[in-house]
Design a protein around this ligand. Sequence first.
Ligand code: HEC
Length: 257
Amino acid sequence: MRTLSICAALLSVALCGALNAEEKLSMSDADKKMYAELVDNNPAEMDVAEGEQLFSAAIGTEAYAKMVGVKEKDLPAYIAGFPRYVEAAKRVVTLSQTIQMAMADRSQAVPKLESKEMLKMTTYLKSLANEQKTNIDVKANKAMKEMMALGQDVFEQRRGGRGLSCNSCHSADIVGQRLRMQPLPDLGASVTAAAGTWPAYRMTKSETTLLDKRFQQCMDNALLAKIPLGSKEMVALEVYITNKTKGNAIQVPGVKR
Ligand code: HEC
């Protein structure tokens, strides 16, 4: 019954199929088995290893730490606080954007945010913060406060032909209901722990995916025009969602459906 109500309230037939059988959980037994195998042997670890090679050749942790203005030994805690205001950029940026900055600093060709190189290097760099707790500080300064407010606006803004917002499917009163057999995840719940578990290997896409790219996949599914990676709105959305699970331990790369 609850699934039917969300379909009626939010969506047309195109997105909500036959959702009657309670026994139809989010994953088939075969998928659950595959998921367990991936957790044991996460293909995204390959990206971490390749990312380390790329990052070391292009920048190295010493030069990176210098560019962002922290001691090398403090990098894990620092990395656990993204997106954050970075003096060298004079604005709030994502971890990926600081890699681009460090490469530009060293007069290297800067790969696009969408590129495999950036995906791998970002996954590696974030993994240096494993076991740290996410420590984003949305009140650290005026820039962070503004981005937090903008992020909430973007999250709640209804867009597209169906007039959906992120909040339509991820608000507190709707999470746990099902859409196309998928439970709607609470982005603030520790099981989801969005900020601490991405980059993650996505089973349904057979590839490692960054958090902002995951947002774009939801935008695609819900027929919302895709907000570009690296845009102010996209960084703000990452600030807002990361703050929802502030304090969760980072464990990347994750494995997701
Ligand atoms: C039409 C409903 C719908 C809308 C609108 C929607 N999502 Fe989702 N979202 C889902 C569903 C369903 C899943 C889980 C899918 C799965 O497990 O395969 C999900 C998963 C996610 C996840 C991954 C959670 C995890 O496991 O870590 C993130 C992050 C996310 N959505 C962010 C967003 C953002 C940001 C927006 C707005 C741009 C948005 N979503 C809009 C339905 C929606």
